[in-house]
Design a protein around this ligand. Structure first.
Ligand code: G4P
Length: 542
């Protein structure tokens, strides 16, 4: 097998959006084009719905089903497309952030009526941090929406990214007639089709072509001429390098529900999106073409079914050829491992994978060995960078309700936090366990799972904190003093990095101002880059 050729034809990406913008609908339409599903609804049924927000069992049930959509692969032309699912539910934002570490690019879906929304902003922050190439799809053009120029302005300002329109809408809402395609110099007429593709294409000699009037009417053709001339004057031509570095986003307009503009999006995406590239580890940069297999775990999915306690760890291959039943190395434990049934999931079916290439994602059955961020190699010790934890917003202390089951509780809390359900911090004195999450739901999940999987009981006692920030300093002595002074607001993460719990944004700001040599990090991505622990000697170990 030719690894370079196989890697070159892979496109691994994620579709991200604020809930309800149309991510699931767009995913389905792409899968329909790729022949990966035959009917609309196959993905939709796996979606965690908004109505389930207060019922975590229902959400977990749906999450269980959604293993099926963790990675959706299909072949289109000569490409192998891997779409990594990102949960839209805000309480699972951490899952989404981690999934972004395993994609090579993203398609960002924006609702044309709502514009940039809260989750859009947060997700883009992560993309910017990683320089992930982004394509923007403005969806729901069949509805009345924001003026496209205003929308572009909003996207550029709020998401801090330049855009390059590839298509331009002709009208919107009830007057939506189609889109003008800048590079093809043609117009695609809109006809609402939910299942088949609509492709009435009118070639023209640019937006000035007088024949356009016959197709879209006098007024619309006049407007198109005016608007496109503004665009020509305002935007720089598309620059592939700037896109690939994450500074410039191609922009498309369409309607995922009515299957309009999706094919253009897919074909352009395949033409410009990057194939799997190099991966950074603390030790060295990995090239996909390297012979030895390397990969990292970015997501762990627990099975809530009491009869099947195994978990599925998702491995993104970074280099080399992965083979079923070959002996691999798990550097964190030093163990050798063999995977007899590595799986790929699709709609409601699952199949065993014999081999996988860089860019592919496979599910490995795991009985508790893996932790998010772990590497799998052929013998080399590698620590992958860029799978950060984010500053949690809800912070509570674990209160043990059954002292005879303390060991089980400890083990459960460790394992669940290894899975990435929440973050664990230890506070001294007394080895207090503090859990930090981005959503309420996780506390219900932890309590339920501790009880059912580890036979341990706990409650959570609220703490007055709303933020947790990792600490580093250019002045280790000052950091030591700070930690000693703020002892009751200090905890240590699993790797013994000190973390400061702040009661409010204001408190955080005050501390930042009072202690200028200390940096209060919002993610733990800084850690190893700065070799901080070694240099300061500050550690949580008693
Ligand atoms: P999400 O995954 O980003 O959360 O969004 P999803 O695709 O589920 O879409 C959210 C709602 O928006 C759905 O309606 C969907 O049908 C609708 N939608 C998606 N794309 C378009 C579009 O291009 N035009 C219009 N008009 N609507 C669109 P729903 O009522 O919540 O669900 P359903 O009953 O239609 O399934």
């Amino acid at each position: 097998m030719d690894i370079i050729k196989e890697t070159g034809r892979r496109r691994t990406f994620g579709i991200i959006s604020h809930p309800d913008a149309g991510k699931t609908t767009l995913t389905e339409k792409l899968l329909l084009y790729g022949g990966a599903i035959q009917v609309a609804g196959a993905v939709k049924n796996n979606k965690i719905t908004r109505s389930a927000t207060s019922d975590f069992m229902e959400i977990e049930r749906q999450r269980g089903i959604s293993v099926a959509t963790s990675v959706m692969a299909f072949e289109y032309d000569d490409y192998r497309v891997n779409i990594l699912d990102t949960p839209g539910h805000k309480d699972f934002a951490e899952d989404t952030y981690r999934t972004l570490s395993a994609v090579d690019s993203v398609i960002l879906v924006i609702d044309s009526a709502k514009g940039v929304e809260e989750q859009t902003r947060r997700l883009m922050e992560v993309c910017r941090m990683r320089h992930t190439p982004v394509i923007v799809f403005v969806n729901k053009m069949d509805r009345e929406g924001i003026d496209p120029f205003d929308l572009i302005d909003e996207i550029e300002k709020e998401l801090d990214i330049a855009v390059s329109p590839f298509t331009w809408p002709i009208g919107r809402g009830k007057r939506f007639t189609g889109v003008y395609n800048f590079s093809e110099r043609n117009i695609k007429l809109y006809s609402p089709e939910k299942t088949t593709r609509s492709d009435t294409i009118i070639s023209c000699d640019g937006p000035d072509d007088p024949s356009l009037r016959n197709h879209i009417g006098e007024e619309a053709s006049f407007r198109l001429k005016e608007e496109t001339s503004l665009i020509d004057g305002y935007f720089e031509p598309f620059n592939l390098q700037l896109y690939r570095e994450g500074y410039l986003a191609p922009l498309f307009f369409g309607s995922a529900l009515y299957n309009f503009g999706v094919l253009e999006l897919l074909e352009t995406f395949l033409g410009i999106a990057p194939p799997p590239g190099e991966t950074a580890t603390e030790e060295r940069i990995i090239q996909p073409s390297e012979k030895a297999m390397t990969g990292f775990i970015f997501k762990i999915h627990a099975n809530l079914d009491p009869n099947h306690r195994d978990r599925i760890a998702f491995l993104r291959i970074s280099s080399g050829l992965f083979e079923r039943n070959k002996l691999y190395f798990h550097p964190r434990s030093g163990k050798k491992m063999r995977f007899s049934s590595p799986a790929s999931f699709m709609a409601n079916s699952k199949s065993i994978v014999e081999e996988a290439f860089p860019g592919d994602v496979i599910g490995l059955y795991d009985s508790g060995n893996f932790k998010i961020g772990d590497s799998v190699t052929e013998g080399e010790t590698l620590n992958f960078k860029g799978i950060p934890s984010f500053s949690p917003e809800i912070i509570r202390e674990v209160v043990n309700k059954d002292p005879f089951r303390t060991k089980q509780l400890d083990k459960g809390v460790r394992q669940l936090t290894d899975e990435g359900v929440a973050q664990l911090f230890i506070q001294q004195p007394g080895n207090k366990k503090i859990i930090g999450t981005v959503g309420e739901l996780q506390f219900d999940v932890i309590r339920f799972r501790l009880e059912h999987e580890y036979n341990a009981k706990c409650t959570f006692s609220p703490l007055p904190y709303t933020r947790a920030c990792w600490l580093t300093s250019t002045d280790p002595a000052e950091l030591k003093t700070f930690i000693a002074r703020k002892q009751t607001s200090i905890g240590y993460d699993k790797e013994d990095n000190p973390v400061f719990f702040a009661e409010s944004e204001w408190m955080l700001k005050m501390n930042r101002e009072t202690y200028p040599s200390i940096t209060f990090h919002e993610t733990n991505a800084f850690k190893r880059d700065q070799g901080y622990l070694e240099s300061s000697g500050v550690s949580g170990k008693p």
